[in-house]
Write a new protein. Structure first.
Length: 577
């Protein structure tokens, strides 16, 4: 049942601009100081545009223009747009990892919305962690919200070959380390792989999370896959500007959209696109912000019945530009219709089913038919065992099939620096059957769970023609990465999880079909090792890093801060005077 439309007096901004007291006088006079007349802002929905643009975020380099297009839509619909700059998490530049700061941006988004006289919000994101961070903050604040996805960049080019960001970097870097690629060729790749504004054009974390945001109902239909340079993208921006004003009057909030069914839809799409493994952490965090408990078993249960039908790198052959022109997300959703909860509401006021009615696929190679999938199931797999009591994840399609049932001796690196120092040592005791293990790379140990999970293949193994090995860590890997990489091992080694107890030569079994990750060391020996284990010293003594270590939850819980999870009851907004 729809809600009655709000009156101007019921707008949240009315408390700042509409009442007759001294504080409201100050709010109005200072707004007029910026050149606005009272009739432009008083009694109208005030729309915050949370802009994550910066000169150090290439994915968002088109956002200054998109801001103006959102504003245009807001003005057209009778609203008053205000831009609130938010932290920009540029994946290629922020060290040690943007994941360390996802929760900081989530906090900032929530507090920007809470502290300003706004009635609704447009979230501008796309680069990997910006999408979940902005949504986490907006879900907690629970004001009318629409998300503008940055959109993918254009495909890369190199000597007549199509390049995909991330995926081809790892591929050609391995060839360069193996001595098969010249400096000149490497420089030419550098010039051709990133050709426009926008996020990675492979099905990395950015493209995955944009698709999941649309599936959850947070953007206009088809918006998540529009390439950033396409003229449909600015039209999307102005359309979002118009729609957010209507949503404010309708009082359509995140809590009206999000449900367990909406998250099951998102997981289904995640599996069908063979999305980034990072999406598991982010979806769990988003659900917990909405008071919905989402466990790893839900991902694994759905994985058994959802075919992978998006033939997109790194699991497939094509890129996001191809996906959009093949029909984009609405076309893929239409092919999955019987697996979805079609009555879930979305921000355009219609149900998911209504939004995808009549959607067509224009290229069956890119968005495959259900009877011709890239894989009949298994876009993601959740593993458990004595090495990962609370779970670990792997993307089976990104690995060489021969490694999905593998037992081999562990070669342990105690941290990233140790790995970097020794990985190419000619004397490294490694064979193609070895299982590379990286410790102390998790949420606390990394710090921030960096994208170190695609451990490099040692040079001496590359020289043998090997391009994949089993690799295990408590880290993440880029959604554009590939390989037999077991990730998100929980609990992490830095806090004493079983991964901390692995020693060189221990046999480890990876059994993807059996969903098992097993360390062949008896319980008594593990207890002796545990008793002798010494916790690493804290990485931070102060500041945000210290806060992260004290309050960041483990990967299976979403890596959110424990004091920000909403729980089953929404937190009421405090009175503002």
């Amino acid at each position: 049942m729809s809600k009655p439309r709000k009156t101007p007096e019921q707008l949240r901004s009315h408390r700042w601009f509409g009442v007759d007291n001294m504080r409201a006088f100050g709010h109005r006079s200072r707004t007029k100081q910026m050149g606005f007349a009272a009739e432009e802002f008083r009694g109208k929905p005030v729309i915050a545009i949370l802009n994550t643009w910066s000169d150090m975020n290439s994915c968002h380099s088109h956002f200054p223009q998109r801001v103006e297009e959102i504003k245009r839509g807001v003005w057209q619909a009778g609203g008053f747009p205000v831009v609130l700059p938010a932290m920009s998490l540029g994946e290629p530049f922020v060290k040690p990892t943007t994941m360390l700061y996802r929760n900081l941006l989530a906090m900032e988004a929530e507090e920007l919305i809470r502290s300003h006289p706004v009635d609704g919000v447009v979230l501008m994101g796309g680069c990997d962690k910006t999408t979940p961070a902005l949504l986490m903050g907006a879900i907690s604040m629970n004001l009318p919200t629409i998300y503008l996805p940055a959109g993918p960049m254009l495909r890369g080019n190199y000597q007549g070959r199509t390049l995909g960001s991330g995926s081809d970097v790892w591929k050609y870097w391995a060839e360069r380390r193996a001595g098969n690629l010249s400096d000149a060729a490497w420089a030419a790749l550098e010039d051709g792989i990133a050709r426009s504004a926008g996020t990675c054009m492979t099905m990395g974390t950015a493209a995955t999370m944009m698709a999941l945001a649309e599936t959850l109902g947070f953007t206009l239909p088809g918006g998540s896959s529009i390439p950033a340079p396409d003229s449909n993208h600015p039209r999307l921006a102005s359309g979002i500007g118009r729609r957010i004003v209507e949503i404010v009057w309708e009082d359509l909030k995140p809590s009206d959209i999000l449900s367990r069914e909406a998250f099951e839809n998102a997981i289904t799409v995640d599996l069908a696109i063979s999305g980034s493994t990072n999406s598991i952490v982010h979806l769990v965090a988003l659900a917990r912000r909405a008071g919905i408990e989402l466990d790893l078993e839900t991902f694994d249960r759905l994985s058994a019945r959802v075919p992978v039908i998006a033939d997109i790198r790194p699991a497939g052959r094509f890129l996001m530009e191809d996906f959009y022109y093949a029909g984009g997300l609405p076309a893929l959703l239409a092919r999955l219709a019987d697996l979805l909860h079609l009555d879930c509401p979305t921000v355009n006021g219609r149900s998911l089913g209504e939004n995808i009615a009549g959607a067509e696929v224009y290229n069956d190679e890119v968005i495959r038919a259900r009877d011709n999938p890239l894989s009949p199931s298994g876009g993601l797999a959740v593993l458990r065992g004595n090495l990962a009591p609370r779970g670990a994840v792997i993307k089976p399609l990104a690995a060489e099939a021969r490694l999905l049932d593998h037992t081999g001796p562990a070669l342990v690196f105690r941290d990233y620096n140790d790995m970097e120092k020794r990985i190419d040592d000619p004397e490294l005791p490694v064979t193609p059957d070895s299982v590379l293990v990286l410790q102390n790379a998790g949420p606390v140990g990394g710090p921030g769970m960096p994208e170190w999970g695609q451990l490099p293949i040692p040079k001496k193994i590359l020289a043998q023609g090997v391009r994949d090995m089993v690799r295990i860590s408590d880290a993440r890997m880029s959604g554009t990465s590939y390989g037999a990489c077991v990730l998100h091992v929980s609990p992490e080694s830095h806090i004493g999880g079983p991964l901390a107890l692995v020693r060189d030569g221990d046999l480890i079994t990876l059994d993807v079909a059996g969903r098992r990750l097993h360390l062949h060391v008896d319980d008594a020996e593990l207890e002796r090792r545990r008793a002798a284990w010494v916790a690493p010293p804290p990485r931070f003594q102060r500041g945000f890093g210290w806060l992260n270590a004290q309050h960041m939850t483990q990967a299976d819980q979403g890596c959110d801060f424990d004091f920000l999870e909403t729980g089953p009851e929404p937190v009421p907004e405090p009175e503002i005077h």
